[in-house]
Design a protein around this ligand. Structure first.
Ligand code: DC
Length: 226
């Protein structure tokens, strides 16, 4: 990693508000938002389309090695492209969401994604969001944040997200889904979800998005004197 770029790495469990927070922090600071989860989702979408079995490590690694992933900002937020195709909506489908934990657990897939993420971090000031950004991808990040929220609050946020997509679900259903994902992501062998000792915990249960964005920007300014 080049020491000339600034990197804020944000980690935390599903539904802790990582994506929204990271996107807004990046916007306010004029940094690039690196949504690493979207990259694993892109590989998962292509694998599902190609009917690659989710247990076929070699075939999944081939998909990860060959895909060109790009991010572009527009008024609605950030768009994600795989080999030039806009896949922003498809990567949020229930099918991709159900399969992505298994795909992202393969070491070969992770190796290629981590290499791509570090390349971006060498070139630009970034806010990187995702499971292993504080531990594996950017261990020397300028600032590391671990976002937390109670499981009930995280489930409530997911219900609202799904409502926006026109899907009906309940808080109880989402508590179960989030518990299962937390367990899977924490117990897996490759890059499990964990808080590094040098990450600053930010509990967002009772914070508005604006509050949490400002808190992270203040922490960044304190750390860098910027
Ligand atoms: O944050 P998200 O829901 O878009 O992440 C999708 C999945 O990808 C989630 O199951 C965790 C995994 N992931 C990962 O393994 N490593 C990352 N750096 C980011 C996400």
């Amino acid at each position: 990693m080049s020491s000339s770029t600034k990197i804020i790495a944000i980690d935390g469990p599903a539904g802790s508000g990582k994506s929204t927070t990271a996107r807004l922090v990046a916007k306010k600071l004029g940094f690039i938002f690196l949504d690493t989860g979207a990259m694993y989702r892109a590989v998962t979408l292509l694998a599902l389309e190609k009917k690659v079995p989710l247990s076929d490590a070699d075939a999944l690694e081939d998909v990860a090695a060959s895909v060109q992933i790009d991010f572009k900002d527009d008024e609605e937020g950030q768009k994600v492209f795989a080999n030039g195709r806009d896949i922003s909506s498809e990567i949020r489908s229930p099918e991709v969401t159900a399969a992505v934990s298994e795909v992202s657990a393969h070491a070969g897939v992770r190796r290629h994604m981590v290499a791509k993420q570090r390349e971006i971090g060498k070139k630009y000031d970034i806010v990187a969001e995702g499971r292993d950004t504080t531990s594996v991808v950017f261990p020397n990040a300028t600032l590391k944040i671990y976002l937390l929220a109670s499981i009930e609050e995280r489930a409530r946020r997911r219900v609202i997200d799904f409502q926006r997509m026109g899907k009906v679900t309940t808080v109880q259903e989402q508590i179960k889904a989030i518990q299962a994902r937390d367990e899977y992501d924490s117990d897996r062998q490759n890059s499990p979800l964990k808080q590094t000792s040098d990450s600053i915990p930010v509990d967002t249960t009772h914070l508005t998005i604006e509050d949490q964005v400002n808190e992270i920007i203040n922490l960044f300014r304190e750390k860098t004197g910027a």
